[in-house]
Design a protein. Sequence first.
Length: 276
Amino acid sequence: MKLRKVTAASAAVLALTVGATACGGKNSNSASDGNKIKIGIKFDQPGLGLKQPDGSFSGFDVDVATYVAKQLGYKPDQIQFVETKSADRENALQRGDVKFIAATYSITDERKQKVDFAGPYLLAHQDLLVKKDSTIAKGTDLNQKKLCSVTGSTPAQHIQKTIAPKANLREYSSYSECMAGLQSGAVDAVTTDDSILAGYAAQDKYKGQFKLAGLKLSNENYGIGVKKGDSATLDEINKALEKMVSDGSWDAAVKKDFGPANYKNEPAPKIGQIVK
């Protein structure tokens, strides 16, 4: 009887050990486990990162992320795109929710304290989107006007601090909300990168209603964010971006994703070359 009790107890311990091992081997919550890779993108930015009604994804960031993932050894069906809003990008990387982020992620000194950046892979410029008949033509015209941007994003703060300190800042959770506000008259202008604004303005439901002010209020160097200290992934992504430019895939993606919006892009930036 004593021997049988010990054997039963040992079997119970063994079962628990095997169960724990099974749960901990290929963690389904891991950002990459050899079979899948989780990549952070935006879900609501036409031309850059957009989730379609059928569940597919389109846009320049999506194409860049897909190309990079391929160079890392992942096929398109092994990619799981995860929505990462501006205010949560650093946290998503620190928590390990995603392997990397390609989501109109401007490289800044402040952000580099928390994450590492590959790239840049696109140089955009901050601009304003206004109604077609708007008289707003320069940054200082925003004083006393209602200016919309997304919580956690830098463009509106840049305007308030350096260009139009009396602008009435409205921060929404997404640019889609800003666009709805612009359409209804709740806000007078939306500010973010020209690449993002061009994508929205080109949507069928907005065509002909808005215009870009054509201002280059800042330089926005889009980088791919990776977890701080993950130098191996950083190096792999930089090599993938260089290859994307050299083999013509970068130009093809720009033409496909930005062409319909008549967006005049800058040439592909060199890796590590930040335009201030």
